[in-house]
Write a protein of this length. Structure first.
Ligand code: FE2
Lengths: 182, 267
């Protein structure tokens, strides 16, 4: 039986007391020796920050293993659940404390899966933030994207970890993904 | 304090309160007419929908890149009993007293695109109070806050994919998309499936709302049959004697990409 999916709608302006929660952006403790920050900004078509966006991060652990553990909403400080949520601030900035994901299969290019919600955005967007590195050269998704847009999917190393900006529109618009089944 | 409802964007005339409802309604009508002429089926909200002024600079202009999900994208996060207090499903008992408004139960099932129940998965809701006011520092609507109502709920679906919340009926509220703009009463829903690709956030509406035709967010789903999927049904079997009214609303996520072989554990 095939059913038609219920349509999405914008998250609106008033999710701030409902969706973000304490510790949501910390997939690991900042004290974890492997901890990095995955951070960036969400920008609109005029290059202005989007202060009312929400990002969700879903990733494998450092060994490439997909966690099947509950506890993302009430973290115990030990279990890696692979999932987190972070709102943007007044300057459109977001940050997660996490670890670099390992490859899903040996040799594959590892990436963070991201979902983006915002006021003004009528449905959620999906994208990937790839770790920089040699494996990128053989990634089938990156190979299928025009060269000039590929960089929008690759996180850049900086002094605290990895930087990844999301541009909703315009020049350097982030490549967003759809997962059609048929 | 900055008013987030002031939709004006610096250097842009795209967001302002200078439009009237008549102008916005005319834009809505033209887009709907063009859609009808096209004969196409559209089951999702349009990201590019200018009557919703704040979408103008926030919609991607390029088509999404189609990709077969792999690795992490074939899995969704797991939530469990430890993530949620059962009391979070009752928005009327989170304070010392009863909130003002029409007490109601909203219940339904979360299914995937193949009709399978989405079991033991997280459902989150948030809403305005009976007067149309959110407990949010940036809500400037001069309606009363209700000290007994936060308007936030969570639950896990059961083994049949069913969820249920006890809450009060939210009021419609004004926003500054255009002059005299009002949102139809709605409850925001956040849903997860079994795959990352099924993640979605939407809004549930109430039958017969006179604001439907005027609301650019509801109308951004240009196909009437598709947007009617967001309207709950009054269900007298859910209504409880001497206690509360009842509404039923089922949610269908997109289809899972996982094969049966992959159904239980990640490789
Ligand atoms: Fe709302």
């Amino acid at each position: 039986m095939r059913l038609v999916a219920t349509p999405g709608q914008t998250v609106g302006p008033f999710f701030g007391h409902a969706l973000p929660y304490d510790g949501g952006h910390e997939l690991v403790s900042p004290d974890n020796p492997a901890a990095i920050r995955l951070h960036g900004r969400v920008l609109d078509g005029a290059g202005e920050p989007v202060p009312d966006a929400l990002l969700e991060l879903w990733q494998a652990d450092a060994a490439g293993i997909v966690s099947r553990e509950p506890g993302s909403l009430r973290r115990d400080g030990r279990t890696f659940t692979g999932w987190g949520r972070a709102g943007t601030d007044d300057r459109g900035r977001f940050a997660f404390t996490t670890v670099r994901p390992g490859p899903a299969v040996p040799g594959a290019a590892p990436y963070f899966a991201l979902t983006i919600f915002a006021r003004g955005l009528l449905d959620r967007l999906f994208t990937r933030a790839y770790l920089p590195g040699e494996a990128l050269g053989s990634d089938p998704l990156l190979a299928s994207i025009p060269a000039e847009r590929r960089a929008t999917l690759i996180a850049n190393p900086d002094e605290v970890g990895l930087r990844f900006d999301v541009r909703l529109q315009g020049r350097d618009e982030t490549v967003f993904l759809a997962y059609p089944r048929d | 304090m900055t008013d987030i409802l002031d939709e004006r964007v610096p250097g842009s005339s795209s967001d302002d309160e200078s439009s009237t409802q008549a102008q916005v309604s005319e834009e809505i009508r033209r887009i709907a007419a063009a859609h009808q002429r096209s004969g196409a089926t559209e089951n999702e909200a349009r990201l590019d929908y200018p009557p919703y002024r704040s979408s103008i600079l926030r919609h991607p202009t390029k088509d999404p890149h189609r990709v077969d999900p792999e690795g992490i994208e074939l899995w969704a996060p797991v939530f469990g009993e430890r993530d949620i207090d059962p009391l979070e499903a009752d928005l009327t008992v989170q304070h010392g007293g009863e909130p003002i408004g029409e007490r109601m139960v909203v219940t339904g099932r979360v299914l995937d695109g193949d009709g399978r129940p989405v079991r033991r998965q997280l459902v989150e809701i948030w809403q305005a109070n009976a007067g149309g006011r959110y407990l949010h520092e940036r809500d400037q609507h001069p309606a009363a806050l209700d000290p007994n109502f936060t308007g936030v709920g969570r639950c896990l679906t059961d083994d049949e994919g069913a969820y249920a919340f006890t809450t009060i009926k939210p009021g419609p509220y004004p926003w500054k998309n255009h002059r005299n703009a009002w949102r139809p009463a709605h409850i925001h829903f956040s849903l997860f499936g079994t795959d990352f690709t099924q993640r979605m956030v939407t809004q549930m509406y109430f039958p017969g709302d006179p604001l439907f035709a005027l609301d650019p967010i509801y109308q951004s789903i240009v196909d009437p049959r598709a947007r009617e999927r967001l309207v709950a049904t009054y269900d007298h079997d859910v209504t409880q004697p001497e206690w509360c009214t009842g509404y039923r609303w089922d949610i269908v996520l997109t289809g899972s990409h996982r094969t049966l072989m992959q159904a239980e554990t990640p490789s």
